[in-house]
Design a protein around this ligand. Structure first.
Ligand SMILES: [Zn+2]
Ligand SMILES: [Zn+2]
Length: 286
Protein backbone atom coordinates (compact mmCIF):
# COMPACT_ATOMS: atom_id res chain seq x y z
CA UNK A 1 0.00 0.00 0.00
CA UNK A 2 1.40 3.41 -0.97
CA UNK A 3 1.81 5.95 1.81
CA UNK A 4 -0.86 8.67 1.58
CA UNK A 5 0.16 12.24 2.52
CA UNK A 6 -1.52 15.63 2.29
CA UNK A 7 -0.33 19.19 2.86
CA UNK A 8 -2.14 21.67 5.10
CA UNK A 9 -0.17 24.91 4.99
CA UNK A 10 3.16 24.07 6.61
CA UNK A 11 1.89 20.74 7.99
CA UNK A 12 2.16 17.34 6.37
CA UNK A 13 -0.51 14.81 7.32
CA UNK A 14 0.22 11.10 6.75
CA UNK A 15 -2.16 8.16 7.06
CA UNK A 16 -0.73 5.03 8.68
CA UNK A 17 -3.17 2.22 8.03
CA UNK A 18 -3.77 -0.65 10.40
CA UNK A 19 -6.62 -2.35 8.55
CA UNK A 20 -9.18 -1.74 5.83
CA UNK A 21 -12.20 -3.94 5.11
CA UNK A 22 -14.55 -3.74 2.12
CA UNK A 23 -18.01 -5.20 1.36
CA UNK A 24 -19.30 -4.88 4.95
CA UNK A 25 -23.10 -5.13 5.33
CA UNK A 26 -23.89 -1.59 6.58
CA UNK A 27 -26.20 -2.75 9.37
CA UNK A 28 -23.19 -4.25 11.19
CA UNK A 29 -22.01 -0.72 12.02
CA UNK A 30 -25.12 1.36 11.28
CA UNK A 31 -28.04 -0.66 12.67
CA UNK A 32 -30.77 1.46 11.05
CA UNK A 33 -29.14 1.53 7.59
CA UNK A 34 -29.79 -1.01 4.86
CA UNK A 35 -27.62 -1.63 1.81
CA UNK A 36 -30.25 0.02 -0.40
CA UNK A 37 -30.06 3.20 1.73
CA UNK A 38 -26.33 3.35 1.01
CA UNK A 39 -26.60 2.38 -2.67
CA UNK A 40 -28.99 5.32 -3.29
CA UNK A 41 -25.99 7.64 -2.93
CA UNK A 42 -24.14 6.79 -6.12
CA UNK A 43 -21.22 9.11 -5.32
CA UNK A 44 -20.11 6.68 -2.59
CA UNK A 45 -19.15 4.09 -5.24
CA UNK A 46 -16.46 2.80 -5.63
CA UNK A 47 -14.26 4.45 -2.96
CA UNK A 48 -16.58 4.11 0.02
CA UNK A 49 -19.16 1.47 -0.88
CA UNK A 50 -19.74 -1.16 -3.54
CA UNK A 51 -22.65 -0.92 -6.01
CA UNK A 52 -24.69 -3.22 -3.72
CA UNK A 53 -24.41 -0.69 -0.89
CA UNK A 54 -21.99 -2.64 1.28
CA UNK A 55 -19.56 -0.24 2.96
CA UNK A 56 -15.79 -0.07 3.43
CA UNK A 57 -14.13 1.12 6.63
CA UNK A 58 -10.51 1.71 7.58
CA UNK A 59 -8.67 1.83 10.90
CA UNK A 60 -5.85 4.35 10.59
CA UNK A 61 -3.77 6.81 12.58
CA UNK A 62 -2.71 10.20 11.26
CA UNK A 63 0.75 11.65 11.83
CA UNK A 64 0.76 15.44 11.65
CA UNK A 65 4.21 16.96 11.25
CA UNK A 66 5.53 20.47 11.10
CA UNK A 67 9.29 21.02 11.19
CA UNK A 68 10.47 18.69 13.96
CA UNK A 69 7.13 18.36 15.73
CA UNK A 70 5.37 15.00 15.24
CA UNK A 71 1.82 14.52 16.50
CA UNK A 72 0.11 11.14 16.35
CA UNK A 73 -3.68 11.02 16.31
CA UNK A 74 -5.66 7.92 17.35
CA UNK A 75 -3.19 5.01 17.33
CA UNK A 76 -5.60 2.23 16.28
CA UNK A 77 -6.31 -1.17 17.87
CA UNK A 78 -2.78 -2.46 18.49
CA UNK A 79 -1.39 -5.97 18.64
CA UNK A 80 -2.07 -8.66 21.18
CA UNK A 81 -4.92 -6.84 22.92
CA UNK A 82 -7.64 -9.12 24.31
CA UNK A 83 -10.93 -7.75 22.99
CA UNK A 84 -14.48 -9.07 22.90
CA UNK A 85 -14.87 -7.83 19.31
CA UNK A 86 -13.43 -10.77 17.34
CA UNK A 87 -11.86 -8.76 14.52
CA UNK A 88 -9.90 -6.70 17.08
CA UNK A 89 -8.91 -9.61 19.35
CA UNK A 90 -5.21 -10.57 19.68
CA UNK A 91 -4.25 -9.27 16.29
CA UNK A 92 -0.77 -8.96 14.79
CA UNK A 93 -0.85 -6.16 12.23
CA UNK A 94 2.38 -4.77 10.67
CA UNK A 95 1.39 -1.28 11.83
CA UNK A 96 4.78 -0.25 13.25
CA UNK A 97 6.48 -1.52 10.09
CA UNK A 98 4.18 0.71 8.02
CA UNK A 99 4.85 3.54 10.45
CA UNK A 100 8.60 3.06 9.80
CA UNK A 101 8.07 2.82 6.03
CA UNK A 102 6.26 6.17 6.21
CA UNK A 103 9.43 7.62 7.77
CA UNK A 104 8.54 7.73 11.46
CA UNK A 105 10.07 6.32 14.64
CA UNK A 106 8.15 5.95 17.92
CA UNK A 107 10.72 8.13 19.71
CA UNK A 108 10.07 11.03 17.33
CA UNK A 109 6.43 11.34 18.43
CA UNK A 110 6.14 14.25 20.87
CA UNK A 111 2.38 14.31 21.30
CA UNK A 112 -0.38 11.71 21.08
CA UNK A 113 -3.92 13.01 20.62
CA UNK A 114 -6.91 10.74 21.33
CA UNK A 115 -10.21 11.88 19.89
CA UNK A 116 -11.73 9.38 22.32
CA UNK A 117 -10.85 6.19 24.17
CA UNK A 118 -12.51 3.40 22.21
CA UNK A 119 -10.28 0.38 21.67
CA UNK A 120 -9.49 1.32 18.07
CA UNK A 121 -8.04 4.73 19.03
CA UNK A 122 -5.51 3.92 21.77
CA UNK A 123 -4.09 0.48 20.97
CA UNK A 124 -0.56 1.29 19.84
CA UNK A 125 0.03 3.47 22.90
CA UNK A 126 1.28 0.28 24.57
CA UNK A 127 3.08 -2.92 23.62
CA UNK A 128 3.56 -6.14 25.54
CA UNK A 129 7.06 -6.62 27.00
CA UNK A 130 7.70 -9.57 29.32
CA UNK A 131 4.04 -9.84 30.24
CA UNK A 132 3.66 -6.09 30.89
CA UNK A 133 1.99 -3.40 28.80
CA UNK A 134 4.54 -0.60 28.34
CA UNK A 135 4.39 2.71 26.45
CA UNK A 136 5.37 2.72 22.78
CA UNK A 137 5.83 6.48 22.36
CA UNK A 138 8.06 7.04 25.35
CA UNK A 139 8.88 10.67 24.58
CA UNK A 140 5.29 11.74 23.94
CA UNK A 141 2.77 13.57 26.09
CA UNK A 142 -0.49 11.63 25.72
CA UNK A 143 -3.57 13.85 25.90
CA UNK A 144 -6.86 12.88 27.53
CA UNK A 145 -9.99 14.75 28.53
CA UNK A 146 -11.25 14.21 32.07
CA UNK A 147 -14.78 13.17 31.06
CA UNK A 148 -13.43 10.61 28.60
CA UNK A 149 -10.96 9.24 31.12
CA UNK A 150 -13.64 8.85 33.81
CA UNK A 151 -15.98 7.15 31.35
CA UNK A 152 -13.25 4.81 30.12
CA UNK A 153 -12.21 3.88 33.67
CA UNK A 154 -15.79 2.84 34.43
CA UNK A 155 -15.79 0.58 31.33
CA UNK A 156 -19.17 -0.76 30.34
CA UNK A 157 -19.03 -0.02 26.62
CA UNK A 158 -18.38 -3.01 24.32
CA UNK A 159 -15.66 -0.96 22.65
CA UNK A 160 -13.90 -0.49 25.97
CA UNK A 161 -13.21 -3.95 27.34
CA UNK A 162 -9.85 -3.84 29.06
CA UNK A 163 -8.82 -0.59 27.35
CA UNK A 164 -8.18 1.32 30.54
CA UNK A 165 -6.01 -1.42 32.03
CA UNK A 166 -3.87 -2.28 29.03
CA UNK A 167 -3.74 0.99 27.06
CA UNK A 168 -4.38 3.93 29.41
CA UNK A 169 -3.21 3.04 32.93
CA UNK A 170 0.35 2.17 31.74
CA UNK A 171 0.62 5.66 30.20
CA UNK A 172 -0.52 7.31 33.44
CA UNK A 173 1.84 5.09 35.48
CA UNK A 174 4.75 6.11 33.26
CA UNK A 175 4.00 9.80 33.85
CA UNK A 176 3.24 10.40 30.16
CA UNK A 177 -0.43 11.41 30.52
CA UNK A 178 -1.77 14.94 30.47
CA UNK A 179 -5.38 15.94 31.02
CA UNK A 180 -6.60 18.81 28.85
CA UNK A 181 -9.89 20.68 28.49
CA UNK A 182 -12.16 19.52 25.67
CA UNK A 183 -11.74 22.88 23.92
CA UNK A 184 -8.01 23.50 23.97
CA UNK A 185 -5.54 25.43 21.87
CA UNK A 186 -2.54 23.12 21.64
CA UNK A 187 -0.42 25.87 20.10
CA UNK A 188 1.38 26.00 16.78
CA UNK A 189 -1.82 25.75 14.73
CA UNK A 190 -3.47 22.76 16.45
CA UNK A 191 -6.70 23.01 18.41
CA UNK A 192 -9.09 20.54 20.03
CA UNK A 193 -12.84 21.08 19.84
CA UNK A 194 -15.41 19.25 21.94
CA UNK A 195 -17.53 16.96 19.71
CA UNK A 196 -19.53 14.83 22.17
CA UNK A 197 -22.16 12.18 21.48
CA UNK A 198 -20.24 9.23 20.12
CA UNK A 199 -18.55 9.23 23.54
CA UNK A 200 -18.98 11.77 26.37
CA UNK A 201 -15.57 13.46 26.15
CA UNK A 202 -14.98 13.12 22.41
CA UNK A 203 -12.85 15.81 20.72
CA UNK A 204 -11.83 16.59 17.14
CA UNK A 205 -8.64 18.23 15.95
CA UNK A 206 -8.43 21.40 13.87
CA UNK A 207 -5.23 22.20 11.97
CA UNK A 208 -4.60 25.77 10.79
CA UNK A 209 -1.53 26.90 8.88
CA UNK A 210 -0.75 29.55 6.29
CA UNK A 211 -4.41 30.25 5.58
CA UNK A 212 -5.38 26.59 5.22
CA UNK A 213 -7.64 24.65 7.55
CA UNK A 214 -8.16 20.94 8.18
CA UNK A 215 -10.30 18.88 10.54
CA UNK A 216 -9.56 15.37 11.84
CA UNK A 217 -12.97 13.95 12.71
CA UNK A 218 -12.40 11.09 15.08
CA UNK A 219 -15.67 9.18 15.38
CA UNK A 220 -18.30 11.92 15.33
CA UNK A 221 -18.70 10.58 11.80
CA UNK A 222 -17.60 7.12 10.63
CA UNK A 223 -18.43 6.89 6.96
CA UNK A 224 -19.22 9.30 4.11
CA UNK A 225 -22.80 7.99 3.93
CA UNK A 226 -23.35 9.95 7.16
CA UNK A 227 -22.61 13.16 5.22
CA UNK A 228 -25.62 12.40 3.04
CA UNK A 229 -27.66 11.23 6.04
CA UNK A 230 -26.30 12.70 9.28
CA UNK A 231 -29.09 11.02 11.25
CA UNK A 232 -27.60 7.55 10.67
CA UNK A 233 -26.23 6.41 14.04
CA UNK A 234 -23.15 4.25 14.42
CA UNK A 235 -23.42 1.20 16.65
CA UNK A 236 -21.00 2.69 19.20
CA UNK A 237 -22.72 6.09 19.54
CA UNK A 238 -23.42 6.48 23.28
CA UNK A 239 -25.86 9.40 23.00
CA UNK A 240 -27.49 9.07 19.59
CA UNK A 241 -29.26 12.46 19.56
CA UNK A 242 -26.21 14.37 20.73
CA UNK A 243 -24.08 12.51 18.16
CA UNK A 244 -26.53 13.53 15.40
CA UNK A 245 -26.45 17.18 16.50
CA UNK A 246 -22.64 17.15 16.66
CA UNK A 247 -22.45 15.60 13.16
CA UNK A 248 -24.70 18.28 11.65
CA UNK A 249 -22.87 21.10 13.44
CA UNK A 250 -19.40 19.91 12.44
CA UNK A 251 -20.33 19.06 8.84
CA UNK A 252 -21.70 22.61 8.47
CA UNK A 253 -18.52 24.05 9.99
CA UNK A 254 -16.33 21.94 7.70
CA UNK A 255 -18.34 22.97 4.63
CA UNK A 256 -18.32 26.68 5.52
CA UNK A 257 -14.61 26.79 6.35
CA UNK A 258 -13.57 24.83 3.25
CA UNK A 259 -11.50 22.62 5.58
CA UNK A 260 -9.70 19.57 4.32
CA UNK A 261 -11.68 16.90 6.15
CA UNK A 262 -9.89 13.79 7.42
CA UNK A 263 -12.35 10.98 8.14
CA UNK A 264 -10.71 8.81 10.74
CA UNK A 265 -12.48 5.65 9.55
CA UNK A 266 -12.88 6.69 5.90
CA UNK A 267 -11.36 4.08 3.55
CA UNK A 268 -9.46 4.40 0.29
CA UNK A 269 -9.26 8.21 0.05
CA UNK A 270 -9.85 9.53 3.56
CA UNK A 271 -9.23 13.26 2.96
CA UNK A 272 -11.55 15.60 1.08
CA UNK A 273 -13.95 18.52 1.17
CA UNK A 274 -17.43 18.61 2.63
CA UNK A 275 -19.95 20.17 0.25
CA UNK A 276 -23.41 21.24 1.28
CA UNK A 277 -26.26 19.89 -0.87
CA UNK A 278 -29.46 21.47 0.46
CA UNK A 279 -30.10 20.03 3.93
CA UNK A 280 -27.37 17.41 3.72
CA UNK A 281 -23.76 17.07 2.64
CA UNK A 282 -21.48 15.22 0.34
CA UNK A 283 -17.82 14.21 0.72
CA UNK A 284 -15.53 14.93 -2.22
CA UNK A 285 -12.18 13.17 -1.82
CA UNK A 286 -9.01 14.91 -2.95
ZN1 LIG B 1 -15.35 5.16 18.55
ZN1 LIG C 1 -13.33 4.20 15.95
Amino acid sequence: MDVQRWLVGHFTVTSVVEDEVHHIPPELFFPAARAEDVARHGWLVPEFADPQGRVALRVQAFVIENRDRYVLVDPCVGNGKKRAIPFWNERSWPFLERFATAGFTPDAIGLVVHTHLHADHVGWDTRLHGGQWLPTFVKARHLYTQRELDWCRRGGNPGLDGVYGDSVAPIIDAGLAEIVAEDTDLGGGLRLESTPGHTPGHVSLWIESAGQVALVSGDFLHHPVQCAEPSIAEVGDEDVELAQATRRRMLARAAESGALFFGTHFPTRPAGRIERTGESFRFVPV
